[in-house]
Ligand binder design. Structure first.
Ligand code: ZN
Length: 463
């Protein structure tokens, strides 16, 4: 019994149709976490679609109440082989985005896994039920081939509120810090860089939304009678924004610009390109920070976007100076920007440029995380994936989008390795969400290789 036996077992798990059956019964659970009535169904996913499977693998599992949001329970399960052995924490989420069944193509039902060639349709097939089904299935095959002894401990955490912003995940990790302590987070979510490129990412950009507003007076006033002597909130706000981001999308607020991109991140990004597959928009040349490559702008830098802005009534403009103007903005940021300081930095910038009258309201966001691409765990994961697939994996220091990785990287202090099993065209969060069968088959092999190699580490650590 060896590594290739484990990979063959994972392949057979797919080819025999057992993976499909496991995914089919999980997709059938209507686990839309944004539906206020979904609480009992979210709990049922854990009790009916996960607990028995992991108990069969020797886990001790329990459903844990969410410390912040009663409707979104967690599952914590442990498979303990020895105190002296390393522990891997793995994470997935069983909730899905609202399905909107009426928007799906004729013949598709979001709650029934439908196979059409290489595409398997269903809500959650890509995000995230298919991904944690791959990981649990691969782990089970390795366990069988190793005759019930992995050589390490496994902790499994399933979140039922990820699509609602993972309420309570940071608090849960803080409350159960000792119980969730591990040597490594190995988890799967999100898309690969492209369908045939096995991918590793090490964290995600952070996100912070904020509103800028200026109300000059209670009512609007006739622009002929008052134009020239009354300030116009829309003009003021447009100028405030122009001082924060220029006409080429360059972020101008000093305190919100990141430090130089670290060499290890820069060299990882030099190997990548921005997704250009069919259906993706063309990148605008010259947009963003000058002197950076497109991948550095997308994954290694901070960006300020205006998501929406309004003054007066754009659908029925009248000859008046509007009373107020509002803009909804978003900062995406990399490691090094502290979200706790964003409100103060914005206030300081506006005041320094004469915009004391513009109010700033900052919403709670998500931290940026990024394991160093030079970390030994990264080299270990890349080597394992290379050995399994014969391909050079893509290494993405962090996703451009956001993921609740701060719970693992910051609260638990773990090195975080994410292996995505989806692809950019999977329509996650949209109608006709699907996975690609060949990609899932390869992902099962990759995960079986990783779970095998974890048991081969000397002293429980990569060299
Ligand atoms: Zn999602």
């Amino acid at each position: 019994m060896n590594r290739s036996t484990a990979i063959a077992a994972a392949t057979e798990y797919f080819d025999s149709g057992r993976f499909r059956l496991d995914l089919e019964r999980r997709v059938a659970h209507r686990t839309e976490s944004q539906d206020p009535a979904a609480g009992p169904r979210l709990r049922a996913y854990l009790s009916d679609a996960i607990v028995a499977d992991v108990e069969r693998m020797g886990f001790t599992a329990r459903i844990v109440d969410n410390p912040v949001s009663a409707a979104h329970p967690f599952l914590i399960a442990h498979r303990h082989e020895g105190d002296e052995l390393p522990t891997v924490l793995t994470y997935g989420h069983g909730d899905v985005q609202l399905a909107h069944p009426e928007q799906w193509r004729e013949g598709l039902d979001p709650w029934r896994l439908t196979v059409e060639g290489d595409r398997w349709y269903g809500r959650g097939s890509a995000d995230n039920k298919g991904q944690h089904t791959v990981n649990l299935g691969a782990l089970e095959q390795v366990l069988t081939v190793r005759a019930g002894k992995l050589g390490y401990n496994v902790t499994l955490l399933i979140d039922m509120g990820e699509e609602s912003g993972s309420p309570g995940l940071n608090e849960l990790c803080a409350q159960h810090r000792d119980e969730l302590a591990a040597d490594l987070l190995l988890a799967s979510d999100g898309p690969r860089l492209s369908a045939d490129l096995p991918t590793v990412f090490l964290g995600s950009r952070g996100v912070c939304n904020f509103e800028l507003s200026y109300r000059a007076r209670p009512e609007s006033h006739h622009s002929g009678n008052w134009g020239g002597v009354l300030s116009n909130p829309a003009v003021v706000l447009a100028n405030a924004l122009a001082g924060m981001v220029d006409q080429r999308g360059r972020l101008l607020v000093d305190g919100l610009r990141p430090a130089a991109i670290p060499d290890s991140v820069r060299s990882a990004l030099a190997q990548l390109s921005v997704d250009s597959s069919a259906g993706s928009p063309a990148v605008d040349p010259g947009w963003g920070e000058p002197g950076l490559s497109p991948t550095e702008r997308l994954f290694g830098w901070n960006t300020l976007e205006i998501l929406a802005m309004v003054a007066g009534d754009p659908d029925g403009p009248v000859n008046a100076i509007p009373a107020d103007a509002r803009a909804f903005c978003q900062l995406r940021f990399v490691v090094g920007t502290d979200p706790a300081t964003i409100g103060t930095v914005l206030r300081g910038h506006l005041d320094a440029h004469g915009f004391e009258m513009v109010a700033v309201t900052v919403e709670h966001g998500m931290n940026a995380t990024r394991l160093d691409p030079d970390d030994p765990w990264v080299r270990w994961a890349l080597a394992s994936m290379r050995a399994t697939t014969g391909k050079e994996p893509g290494l993405l220091p962090n996703l451009g989008g956001s993921l609740p990785n701060e719970a693992f990287a910051d609260v638990l202090g773990l090195p975080t390795i994410w292996i995505p099993h989806s692809y950019p065209g999977c329509a996650q969060h949209a109608p006709d969400e699907h996975l690609l069968a060949p990609l899932m088959r390869e992902s099962l092999q990759i995960m079986a290789g990783l779970f095998w190699d974890l048991g081969e580490l000397r002293d429980g650590r990569p060299e």
